[in-house]
Design a protein around this ligand. Structure first.
Ligand code: NDP
Length: 477
C-alpha cells in the first residue's frame, strides 16, 4: 500500500487497513513507540534541507534558518520530549476501590491505551509543525496516524510525502495530499481521533462532520491574542519583545500579538519605541532576506483589506519602516500599526494573521479586562509589567488558551506543558503529559475479590425488610 494517498477512497482504504493492523497488534510497548518516534526524527534529520527549501519556495520567501527553527527544531523538540517521557506517562495507575470492596480483595487501576488511528489536518503557516508536533504525542500514546498537509504549501506537502514514503510504513503513518475536498473528506472518516489546526470557521465545520461518527476532536484554532502593556512595564523592553514576536513568520502565527493595549498617556512613547525596535530588526523590508513574505496574493489582499477598511474610517495607520513603492512580485511588507480603530472596524474583529497590529489606548486596566472578556476567548494572552497585583488580577479575570508574561508566544514553545485553546480558540491539547493523555483512552479496570458479600448482607433481590432502612441509614451529609 502506498503511503501517499491522493483520493478520498484511498484514504478510507488506508484508514481501514490501519484499523485492522491496530486491532491485530494489541498492546504497543514503550520500545515500539520509541522506535516509531525515532523514525520520524530520522526523517527530519535526513530531509531537513529539502523541507526548509520547500517552505522558502511555498512562502515566496521564508529564511531557511527560520524554517529550521520554527518547523524542524520545533517538531524535533516535541518528538524528543515524547520519546524520552512516554514510558513514564504510559504506566498504569493504581486507584482506590470503594468501601467495602477495598477491604474484600478488590483492586482497581487505570490503563492508558491508544485510541487507534488519528487524522491530523495541518495548516500552511507552520506546515511541518502543525503536523509533526501533534504526531509526536499521537505516536507516544501508541496510535497510528494519517497526515493531511495544507495545499497552500504544496511544495512542502510534496517533499513531506516523499520523506514519509521513504521512512515510514503507511500502516503506521500515511500522508493524504490534496485540497479542501481531501481535507473535508478526512473529517467524514471514522477516525478514532481528529486533530485540526486552522481557522475557527473551518473548525466548526470539522466538528460538525466529526460528530456524525462521534470522532473526538482536538481543535487548534486562532484568535486575537490580546497583549497588555501595564503602566508598570518597561516600555522599551515591551515594545522590542512585541515587535520581535509580531515579526515572527511575517505575523502569520496563531499566537502573534494582534491587539496591543497601551496606557493612553504612553501611546506615543510606545509607538516610538516600537518603531525603533522594528527598525533595529528590519532596516528595510522589501528584498530583506530576514523577512517572511505573506504566503500568497489572496492572504496579502486579505491583510491589506483589513488595513484599508480602517483607513477608510479615517483611522491613523503607521508603517514600520516607512512604506516604499511595493514590488508586486515581492510579498514582504512593512508592519502596519493601526491606532485606535473604532470597535466596528474589521481589524478589531477578525484575526489579522499577517503584518499588521492594532494599538488600543486605555485608561483603567478593568476596561481592558472588560474588552477582552467581551470578545471570543483568545488562544494566547500577554501581559507586560512588574505590578504583581495587576498581573494576578489579569490572570484571574480573563481566560485564554495560554499566557506569556513579559514576552509573547513563549508558552507555545513549552514541551513540558499543554498547548491549546479554549472557546473560539479551540479545545484539547498537545505537548506534555496532557498531550499524551489527549490521544490515550483512560480505561478503568476494576478487579473483584473472590469473596462477594452482597447476598449475605441482603443487598441483592429479593430485597428483605431491612434493605430500604439500610440504604436510608447511609444517606448522610
Ligand atoms: P483554514 O481553516 O482555512 O485551513 C486549515 C486546514 O483546513 C487546511 O489544511 C485546509 O486545507 C483545511 N480545510 C479547508 N477547508 C476545510 C473543510 N471544509 N473541512 C476540513 N478541512 C478544511 O486555516 P488557514 O490555513 O488559513 O490557517 C490559518 C488559521 O489557523 C488561523 O486562524 C490560525 O490562527 C490558525 N492556526 C492555529 C494554530 C494553533 O495551534 N492553534 C497554529 C497555526 C494556525 P487546504 O489548506 O489544503 O485547503
Amino acid at each position: 500500500m502506498s503511503s501517499v494517498i491522493t483520493t478520498v477512497e484511498g484514504l478510507a482504504a488506508l484508514l481501514a487497513a490501519q484499523k485492522s493492523a491496530f486491532t491485530a497488534e494489541g498492546a504497543v510497548d514503550a520500545a515500539e513507540r520509541r522506535r516509531r518516534i525515532q523514525q520520524v526524527i530520522d526523517l527530519l534529520v535526513a530531509w531537513h534541507k529539502p523541507l526548509a527549501a520547500a517552505m522558502d519556495e511555498d512562502f515566496g520567501h521564508r529564511p531557511q534558518g527560520f524554517s529550521l527553527m520554527n518547523d524542524v527544531l520545533g517538531s524535533l523538540a516535541s518528538l524528543k520530549h515524547a520519546r524520552d517521557h512516554l514510558e513514564d506517562w504510559m504506566q498504569p495507575q493504581e486507584r482506590q476501590p470503594f468501601a467495602p470492596y477495598d477491604q474484600l480483595g478488590a483492586k482497581a487501576r487505570v490503563l492508558y491505551q491508544p485510541k487507534g488511528s488519528v487524522g491530523i489536518i495541518g495548516t500552511w503557516n507552520a506546515p511541518l509543525f502543525t503536523l509533526l508536533s501533534p504526531l509526536a504525542y499521537v505516536l507516544a500514546a501508541g496510535n497510528r496516524a494519517i497526515l493531511k498537509p495544507s495545499e497552500i504549501a504544496p511544495r512542502t506537502a510534496e517533499v513531506l510525502a516523499a520523506a514519509c514514503a521513504e521512512h515510514l510504513d503507511p500502516l503506521l503513518v500515511g500522508v493524504a495530499v490534496g485540497g479542501v475536498e481531501m481535507a473535508e473528506g478526512m473529517t467524514r472518516q471514522p477516525f478514532d481521533h481528529l486533530v485540526f489546526t486552522g481557522s475557527t470557521a473551518v473548525g466548526k465545520a470539522v466538528m460538525r462532520n466529526a460528530a456524525d461518527n462521534l470522532v473526538p476532536v482536538t481543535l487548534e484554532l486562532g484568535g486575537k491574542s490580546p497583549t497588555i502593556v501595564s503602566r508598570s512595564a518597561d516600555l522599551a523592553t515591551a515594545a522590542f519583545r512585541i515587535a520581535a514576536a509580531k515579526a515572527a513568520n511575517g505575523g502569520q502565527l496563531c499566537v502573534n500579538p494582534d491587539l496591543i493595549y497601551v496606557p493612553r498617556e504612553q501611546l506615543e512613547a510606545f509607538l516610538a519605541e516600537l518603531k525603533g525596535a522594528y527598525a533595529s530588526l528590519f532596516p528595510q523590508v522589501q528584498g530583506n532576506p530576514d523577512v517572511v513574505a505573506v504566503v500568497n496574493a489572496r492572504h496579502l489582499a486579505r491583510v491589506e483589506g483589513l488595513v484599508e477598511d480602517a483607513i477608510a474610517a479615517g483611522v491613523r495607520v503607521e508603517s514600520l519602516p516607512e512604506a516604499s513603492a511595493a514590488d508586486p512580485q515581492d510579498r514582504r511588507r512593512p508592519l502596519r500599526v493601526v491606532v485606535d480603530p473604532p470597535a466596528d472596524r474589521r481589524i478589531q474583529q477578525e484575526e489579522i494573521f499577517g503584518p499588521a497590529m492594532v494599538l488600543l489606548p486605555y485608561d483603567a486596566i478593568d476596561a481592558v479586562l472588560a474588552d477582552i472578556n467581551a470578545r471570543p476567548r483568545p488562544l494566547a494572552l500577554y501581559w507586560f509589567g512588574t505590578d504583581e497585583a495587576e498581573q494576578q488580577r489579569v490572570l484571574e479575570h480573563t481566560l485564554s488558551g495560554g499566557v506569556t508574561i513579559n514576552d509573547a508566544m513563549m508558552h507555545a514553545a513549552m514541551q513540558d506543558a499543554p498547548f491549546g485553546g479554549i472557546g473560539a480558540s479551540g479545545m484539547g491539547h498537545y505537548h506534555g503529559r496532557e498531550g499524551f493523555l489527549e490521544f490515550s483512552h483512560a480505561r478503568t479496570v476494576f478487579e473483584a475479590g473472590s469473596y462477594d458479600p452482597r447476598r449475605e448482607w441482603g443487598l441483592l433481590p429479593p430485597y428483605g425488610e431491612h434493605f430500604l432502612a439500610a440504604m436510608e441509614a447511609q444517606v448522610t451529609p
